[in-house]
Design a protein around this ligand. Sequence first.
Ligand code: PLP
Length: 406
Amino acid sequence: MTTYNPEEAMLQARREFGEHGGVAPSISRSATFTVLHPGTMPEIFEGLKGPEKDGCFLYSRHFNPTVDVLSRYLAAMEGTESAICTGSGMSAISCAILQICKGGDHIVSSETVYGGTHALLKSLLPQMNISTTFVDITDMDAVRKAVTPQTRIIFAETFGNPTLKLADIPALSTLTKQKGIKLVVDNTFSPLIVTPCHLGADVVVYSLTKYINGASDLIAGAVCAEKSFIQELMDLHTGRVMLLGPTMDPRVAFDIIQRMPHLPLRMREHSRRAMAMAEMLQEIGVKVFYPGLPSHPQHKLAEKIKNDTYGYGGILAIDCGSREKAELLMEILQNEEQFGLIAVSLGYFDTLISCSGSSTSSEIDMEEQLRMGLSPGLLRVAIGYTGPLEARLGQMKRAVQKILLS
Ligand code: PLP
């Protein structure tokens, strides 16, 4: 267990009031901003004035007051100097990587990453002469061996999607610091639960679409890091967020700002229910993967890197043995038991269930899927918090007894 308390840190963030003293912040929807004197404009372009220097805003692809409020809240939660919000998790990931790597550079990545990230690393970045070696992130020897003089980044997800393998962030950080390269961590599955920069990561990327927003009604992302890196991303000449332009809409920022205060409550409840579900499934003989179970191969590591009181997250994986059985189980869960919805994504108040190999990880070819421990029958269950827990446990138990245990 770490000593970091992200809620305490979030309390330190400046509380933002709306116009007329509104308890909610205002939405600042202007694309462009009036400067009071003509001489101010060149000063903003020269970086002498800006949102943090005399409160001068210029243009909303650069900085926007409402989006800045969310960025400050996220930086406070992550304990980083700064953060920048983006239009999606994928744009946060791709801009962070492209800011660090140029043609000829190399990345070492966990093989258990979200399918879109895998495709970016495996198929798109090689077109820009940036190559990636995929490794089992739990095997530190393999990680070490994969690093070359051209390596600029080690990339990992805290809880790998969908196999829930854990990245040993402190050990990876020791290696990246030795080599003078950056550790970039996608913490989408585990906000509050793990604080990667506190454990030595350099850059944290998020899909805010998931837990942080928590309502499955928008797409958003963020990069949290030290100030100099965020400034690089927003540089007028070479900043990847500034120039590739995945700008967050201030209305989206406002929605997320309003949902962040109950993120701690939600994470605790997702985790409490996922733990109960995993324990029940294990007890009746279902093959279930959940970092909170002592049977999880990296349970001790989870204990070591997690912050206190948020549990082990809301996601568990069930090995159904075959894709047919996984699909049958989903059918029964959604259409007979009314237990959750067959849908990709996670972090919703309702349970979302998907068969990863044929959906969110389908960009990864079958051979690689098998190597990373993703069997075709692996069901990812992103546990929600609606309905009485006892009833939910009963629904799941009936469904697995019918499909997996009969
Ligand atoms: N990272 C992880 C771990 C994800 O699961 C996803 C999407 O499922 C993403 C990144 C991409 O996020 P977005 O859909 O917001 O672009």
